[in-house]
Design a protein. Sequence first.
Lengths: 112, 112
Amino acid sequence: MKWSELSDNWCPVARTLSVVGDRWTLLILRDAYLGKSKFEEFAESSGMTRHILAERLKRLVEEGVLERRLYSSAPKRYDYVLTEKGEELRPALRIMKDWGKKHMPVRREAKA
Amino acid sequence: MKWSELSDNWCPVARTLSVVGDRWTLLILRDAYLGKSKFEEFAESSGMTRHILAERLKRLVEEGVLERRLYSSAPKRYDYVLTEKGEELRPALRIMKDWGKKHMPVRREAKA
DNA sequence: TTCCCTGCGTTTTGTTTTGGAACTTATGGC
DNA sequence: GCCATAAGTTCCAAAACAAAACGCAGGGAA
């Protein structure tokens, strides 16, 4: 089965994962919950490539998790802010934060 | 930055995602929470290929999320059961289930 | 004892996604 | 004009994935 077919799965967990269950997407949400909203902020903070970041942001907007907002009209610049739908996933990230603190100690030097 | 370098990130969310933040892994945990434990059960239920399933199970065991358990000695057969560490991620999946029910309605016919 | 069945993977062969880095576009300041 | 900034886009090689066939160790029936 292909991942792209998951959005119509009978299981609500699977449908949720069809939006956020890939590499990097939840890291974008983490940054959004920390108040970041700009492309460059996400790019620097998460360490993902601009290529993938652009693609993920596009999909999160399509899915209504983020909203693309014009924040400067000249030059035209957009940023990305959480919708109510996006906010409602915050508790899941909080659990992952606690779990990581408890179960995933840092082994070597952190880089980013 | 490569995904594989995430396990030593300063952020606990990132470290958590280095274990469960890829395609399919959380779907394995979903099945585990539903009481499944056998290779064939995971394979059929999730729809992922056996190739990837084997690789993910191996990593979840290495990370201490699942435990590989001999459940039949002749022929030798193993299954996979949740550790306490694995159990503690269950609330995150519960949130995703609720989120999916609320925000991700099924659009077409489900297949699996 | 030959043959098929079950359960748990591994191998093989293409396709898709990702990583890294350079390039583009529009504007503002000096 | 010339450099800087912000938000992407494009290109190519490398890694991950999908699908299907294969392997292996018994078990049970004929």
